[in-house]
Design a protein around this ligand. Structure first.
Ligand code: SF4
Ligand code: SF4
Length: 288
């Protein structure tokens, strides 16, 4: 069993090959074609250029052993995604959440020895999706995640059963959107009951409501950081979305102690898992 010291949530790109209507994010290329702008949680971010795979690798090398959690956007759209994962050293691990709409040759010569798991988010019924999940199942440990929307629990569960009957491991995730609360509902009872049938019903410490409280000491910025496509480094997912960076992959050298934060953690499971204890007073003026 590898002992992991540091966890990095890595967004190699915020571009995506799908445009799901319910996505938290949007993006568009700059007019001159040089970079792009992405939006999330009401904030706009410009990416002049995406960090190169070797720049990311050199930064990460200082934090071994580490675990990379790839997210996005669609991480496999990063041009050197294969080089990036193949450069993860023996003492470290990677895992990914992807929509699996990647090109046929992506998996050729990909090194899966250090892959802890490939989570495929189902967003689109397509022959490409079917081809790729079949290949992934033969290559590594994989599971299909299906988001259950509160307004239409039934169709999500029907889709989940179809994949389960074909032998896939299926994760059921609750929709997390403003105004949606699963707490004490018959819809939640139905979803939770699917644990008994072998589904992985994911809660990951996120409350069954859209209300996230603030005031925690956490590993954000010490043993846990988020790396955005332009190489900027943030304490966590929530700060990457709405806060300020603590440096970038070219200049970050400090390893501060656990951070006392008064920001509100958004609905990211890793952010919630990295909290150590509740605090009662705001300790850092930069948190809002
Ligand atoms: S696949 Fe994911 S990142 Fe891409 S548009 Fe859909 S929800 Fe957004
Ligand atoms: S928002 Fe949450 S995860 Fe991020 S630094 Fe604050 S307490 Fe930690």
């Amino acid at each position: 069993m590898i002992k992991i010291d540091n966890v990095f949530l890595m967004f190699p790109t915020m571009r995506c090959n799908l445009r799901c209507s319910y996505c938290h994010f949007g993006w568009h290329n700059d007019k001159d074609g040089g970079g792009y702008t992405w939006t999330g949680y009401g904030k706009e971010h410009r990416i002049e250029r995406e960090a190169r795979w070797y720049e990311l690798t050199m930064f990460l090398n200082k934090y071994r052993p580490y675990k990379l959690e790839f997210s996005g956007g669609e991480p496999t759209l990063y041009p050197d995604f294969k080089r990036l994962v193949n450069s993860v050293p023996e003492d470290s691990l990677w895992a990914i959440t992807s929509n699996a709409m990647f090109a046929a040759d992506l998996l050729e010569d990909m090194d899966f020895h250090r892959c802890q798991g490939w989570t495929v988010s189902h967003h689109k019924d397509s022959p490409i999706f079917e081809r790729n999940i079949h290949r992934l199942r033969n290559a590594t440990s994989m599971a299909i995640s299906i988001v259950v929307t509160f307004a239409d629990v039934t169709s999500a569960l029907q889709r989940a059963w179809r994949y389960k009957e074909r032998g896939y491991q299926v994760n059921l995730l609750r929709e997390l959107n403003p105004g949606v609360s699963w707490e004490g509902t018959k819809e939640w009872d139905l979803v939770a009951a699917h644990r008994e049938y072998g589904f992985n019903v994911v809660e990951s410490d996120i409350p069954p409501s859209f209300k996230f409280d603030r005031g925690y000491e956490c590993f954000g910025g010490s043993h846990y950081m988020a790396i955005m496509p332009d190489g900027k480094v943030y304490r966590c997912y929530s700060h990457a979305m709405l806060g300020e960076p603590i440096g970038d992959i070219w200049d970050l050298e400090t390893e501060p102690p656990p951070y006392q934060c008064w920001s509100e953690c958004l609905g990211c499971a890793l952010d919630h898992q990295m909290r150590i204890k509740k605090i009662e007073e705001p300790k850092n003026a930069e948190c809002t």
